[in-house]
Design a protein around this ligand. Structure first.
Ligand code: CTP
Ligand code: CA
Length: 223
């Protein structure tokens, strides 16, 4: 791959990246999901590979082009993503960029649910496992560095700071995805990286640039 460093700052590092949405089926033709193009996750995987990392990219059904030079694992649901992540461990670094659906439908219908003369169907949900929290709180074999994401629409820093502590990850990459920012679905991102050293806001830049800067920060943290 063009630009890939055999002996880069991240060579010898095995890094997991989750990306994209998950799809939680309702019946064979319907699902619930979060909005996620997967483009920030793809860019991060690509940037890490360029720096020499051995990257495993666990992705839900995202539109974004799959990164080259990484090992790709395709999943549909949150439960499948958790199993795939467990199978990939141990890793040196784990980055959770996926927009995992918070709930799944408890009883998925094997056949298409038909409209019934205006009667509205009721769906029952169960909470999905929190993949980031599961890995962050591992007692043995925890990655050296665990990075979560937090897409918020208000009180971004406060919510993301609380999320970091609740889940137990090392860093949270927070962003404001309010409709007026135009971040959601766009090619740019404006993030704040929160660690135990505090919150550092980066200027708005292309998602590839955010990925590159994050890869540099990770390399620096490991050395
Ligand atoms: N995440 C995860 N598994 C889940 C839900 C979230 O791994 N079931 C990860 C995401 O990949 C992200 C981080 O947790 O790195 C934060 O996701 P977010 O949806 O913001 O957190 P939640 O705890 O689900 O909070 P909220 O109620 O704001 O959705
Ligand atoms: Ca969520």
């Amino acid at each position: 791959i063009e630009g890939m460093l055999a002996d880069g700052p991240l060579s010898g590092q095995r890094i997991l990246v989750t990306s994209g949405p998950t799809h939680e089926p309702i019946d064979p033709v319907r699902y619930i999901a979060n909005r996620s193009s997967g483009s920030q996750g793809s860019a991060i995987a690509r940037a890490l590979a360029v720096q020499g990392a051995d990257v495993v990219f666990v992705t839900g059904p995202a539109d974004a082009e799959r990164p080259q030079g990484v090992h790709i694992v395709e999943v549909q649901t949150a439960a499948e993503m958790l199993s795939a992540v467990k199978a990939v461990l141990p890793v040196n670094v784990a980055i959770f960029a996926a927009a995992v659906a918070d709930w799944r439908v408890t009883s998925v219908s094997d056949s298409k649910i038909k409209k019934q003369n205006g009667a509205i169907p009721t769906l029952e949900f169960a909470e999905n496992p929190d993949i980031l929290a599961t890995v962050s709180q591992m007692k043995t074999g925890r990655p050296e560095l665990v990075v979560g994401f937090a897409a918020e629409t208000d009180d971004v820093i406060a919510h993301a700071t609380a999320k970091r502590l609740r889940k137990g990850c090392d860093w949270i990459v927070a962003n404001d995805v309010s409709p007026e920012t135009g971040i959601m679905g766009g090619s740019e991102n404006a993030v704040t990286v929160i660690s135990d050293a505090g919150a550092e806001s980066w200027p708005r830049m292309g998602k590839e640039a955010v990925a590159h800067k994050l890869a540099e920060r990770i390399a620096a943290a490991l050395h």
